[in-house]
Design a protein around this ligand. Sequence first.
Ligand code: BMA
Length: 334
Amino acid sequence: MTVPVEKQVDLLNTRFEPLLHRHPANPILTSKDWPYPINSVFNAGVTLLADGTTLLLCRVEDRRGLSHFCAARSRNGVDGWQIDTEPTLMPDPKHHPEEIWGIEDPRITFVPELQQYVVTYTSYSRGGPGVSLALTKDFRSFERYGVIMPPDDKDSALLPRRIDGYWALIHRPATNLGAHMWISYSPDLRYWGRHRLMLEARRGAWWDANKIGLSPPPIETSRGWLVLYHGVRHTPSGCLYRLGLALFDLQTPEKCLMRGDPWIFGPEAKYEVQGDVDDVVFPCGYTMDSDGDTLNIYYGAADCAIALARASVRALLAWLDTNGSCERRQRAQD
Ligand code: BMA
């Protein structure tokens, strides 16, 4: 069948301009790269160390199904990874019973006031997954603060500075009425209160109906906190994880300024659509290049590998301007 020329032009016009560009070396880390036997490696927390080294704190799953963390370091963030020869942070159920079934999905925030990295992660307890927090200066020794949000809660990250004197933590409690993003405040990183609903999962046919959660820690821009979040749609063949964008007020981070309507990135490459869990892209961290615009986003692919995609903050904000709507209009639509 021949497609009329006007129709061909139409089809071209409907193509989506990619915002996140997959690196040609993807997937950049898999179980084959590991110095000890593992089942899989995915969902890594990320930071740039003071000497410019990219550090990934990788979630590593063993053959029991339990996860721990292992650090991988690279000069260029793409290859030449130096991977710790033993687990970097193991669950410690003796002192922290909430870690009995492993630790998962770390997010890293460097906090200038503390001159330390704060790692928030999922601790898988007998009562379900909760949020735990640990501090480190070097990713060799860690000071655990234990559970800071009880089950069922995950997908958390700390903002890098106090807001009006209080630390702010984004997290995702789940109830049978939904799984939405919340923000809570603390004077000391141990005791949390002033809980506020930050962003709701949409409903019905939306791509981010059912469940949402913070992906990497928020990106501070002059226009607000730029938040990449994952949205989950339940389909007859399983859960489909895609990424969306939203912008929040710098001084009142629970205030959503803009939320994108379409998703911006979803499973397409073979290593994203096929793995231990098919159809998952799950970033937990990024680094920013010295141009102050280029993001290197590291994401777990199909719960089996770590992949890298690049994006421009300017382009993400411009996309939100044309594809986003403000919270109020959004709710009316719902
Ligand atoms: C989420 C988290 C992630 C995982 C994803 C897909 O609930 O547990 O660790 O990558 O499911 O399995």
